[in-house]
Design a protein around this ligand. Structure first.
Ligand SMILES: *[C@@H]1O[C@H](CO)[C@@H](O)[C@H](O)[C@H]1NC(C)=O
Ligand SMILES: *[C@@H]1O[C@H](CO)[C@@H](O)[C@H](O)[C@H]1NC(C)=O
Ligand SMILES: *[C@@H]1O[C@H](CO)[C@@H](O)[C@H](O)[C@H]1NC(C)=O
Length: 444
């Protein structure tokens, strides 16, 4: 297999490359078919043959055309490649691209090289694309070519390689626009690496990468997935979105999208995806849990409240974790009274259980309200709980420590006894804690 033309890196291509280094839009400009009718017929013939059989080679038809002494200019060949790519006939497009350089001896512009790289990765795989990239002389490794390599990695969710490439691009001053950043954003969305996403978004803000366009792209991404249509002319983005979320990963995919938007503070997007979700996916607990989590990240407590209410009115399979989340949400906003009365309501209706009180105790503890934490801990200890369920050790210890410091050994031992009785603490830990409360050394 021939990765390169005999020598496609010579002649006037150099000046084209230098032009591209100055951010020429040469590669982006689309040529139009301006040839005479006979050429149009070749054009139609090739496209129709290709449509009937995407595996058949279209090169012989082109070769025949040239052999008969008729003209076929490079812009026209490029147009073939473009059309074939558009209709996703990648292997035919690759063939024509190779024919253009190897047989017709046309120089490749950076745009052509970028396209070639993309096609190789699609048709022959990432490894071959890497080999091709390695064969490209340094002066030709310009912004479009790197961009194309980045896409190849992102499409395959090859995070590490994408990161290396992106780092290199930044080093070379190639990663300037939202488009390059957006590849990484989409990749991190797709792989659920929110911490990296967060860092990236911060970097974008720092560097003033146009955030609105970025948001728009993301919207396009999720919408195109949902409606199964491609976005404008931008095949790459559409393809990428299909890669990221398909029917099988839809539930997870949307959850991730929602969480990610929450991480970057994009409230409108969270709600928009939530609504999309609703229509396609129906009622299921995990979706509500994810939404409450997202709203918590956004500090949207009213929203979280409404969502939980909606959930409570429609739920078939009760999951205490969702109300517990709301308890946490209230506390994180400092609304402890609200949290407390909500917990009481849950207990009255018989829905809350030990885990609910424990959540409350933990939040009180984390906010330094130890008196209330102990109160909630006592209640948690009194409630029946599932065998094998474990108390949060750190919260429990904090409560015992507090009681010990207040010299209220009686309460401390009572809590410990209740917890120990139901086996909600590993025996070793229980012994240590008892020893601790009972005047032994602090050893937890
Ligand atoms: C996804 O599901 C929809 C309907 O549920 C169906 O029309 C569509 O063909 C599916 N897409 C794929 C790629 O399976
Ligand atoms: C609380 O109730 C849920 C059911 O809603 C159950 O799955 C969970 O194990 C219970 N927690 C405890 C600590 O018993
Ligand atoms: C246990 O409680 C500590 C604080 O007491 C908290 O930081 C931690 O997240 C809790 N763990 C779980 C699993 O809730």
């Amino acid at each position: 297999m021939k990765l390169l033309a005999s020598n496609p890196w010579c002649g006037h291509a150099i000046s084209t490359v230098l032009g591209a280094l100055l951010y020429s839009t040469e590669a982006l400009a689309s040529s139009t078919i301006s040839s005479s009718p006979p050429f149009q017929s070749l054009y139609r013939r090739i496209l129709s043959v290709g449509n009937r059989n995407p595996r058949v080679s279209v090169v012989p038809m082109l070769a025949q055309w040239v052999k008969e002494g008729r003209e076929l200019k490079q812009p026209e060949i490029k147009d073939f490649i473009k059309q074939l790519r558009k209709s996703r006939r990648h292997s035919q497009a690759l063939e024509v691209s190779e024919w253009m350089s190897d047989v017709m001896k046309h120089d490749l512009s950076p745009g052509d090289i970028a396209v070639r790289l993309d096609l190789i990765s699609k048709v022959r795989g990432l490894q071959q694309a890497e080999r091709y990239f390695d064969s490209i002389p340094y002066p030709f490794r310009v912004v479009q070519v790197y961009g194309s390599l980045l896409y190849c990695y992102a499409r395959r969710k090859s995070v590490e390689n994408a990161e290396i490439t992106f780092g290199k691009m930044k080093e070379l001053g190639f990663a300037k626009g939202f488009r390059d950043y957006n590849v990484m954003v989409s990749l991190f969305f797709g792989t659920g690496e929110y911490e990296k996403l967060h860092v990236l978004v911060e970097e974008m803000e720092e560097k003033n990468i146009n955030y609105d366009i970025h948001t728009l792209k993301l919207r396009m991404l999720s919408e195109s997935v949902l409606e199964g249509r491609t976005v404008g002319e931008d095949i790459d983005i559409a393809e990428e979105s299909e890669q990221l979320i398909d029917n099988n990963t839809r539930k997870i995919g949307y959850g991730r999208l929602m969480t990610s938007h929450a991480v970057i503070g994009n409230k409108d997007e969270v709600y928009r995806i939530w609504d999309l979700h609703k229509n396609t996916l129906g009622f299921y607990n995990k979706r509500y849990q994810c939404m409450v989590n997202s709203l918590m990240k956004l500090g949207d407590i009213d929203g979280a409240e409404k969502i939980v209410q909606e959930w409570e009115s429609g739920v078939k399979c009760y999951d205490i974790r969702i109300p517990n989340l709301l308890v946490t949400a209230y506390c994180r906003q400092g609304l402890f009274e609200k949290a407390k009365s909500y917990v009481e309501k849950l207990m009255e209706s018989g829905k809350g259980n030990a885990s609910t009180f424990l959540v409350l105790a933990t939040e009180y503890h984390m906010n330094g309200h130890m008196g209330e934490a102990v109160e909630a801990m006592k209640n948690a200890a009194k409630m029946s709980s599932r065998p094998g369920w474990k108390f949060n050790h750190s919260t429990l210890y904090a409560c015992l420590k507090y009681l010990k410091e207040k010299r209220d050994m009686k309460s401390a031992l009572e809590i410990l006894r209740l917890v120990g009785k139901k086996g909600n603490l590993p025996k070793g830990s229980w012994d240590k804690l008892e020893n601790y409360v009972d005047g032994g050394q602090q050893q937890v």
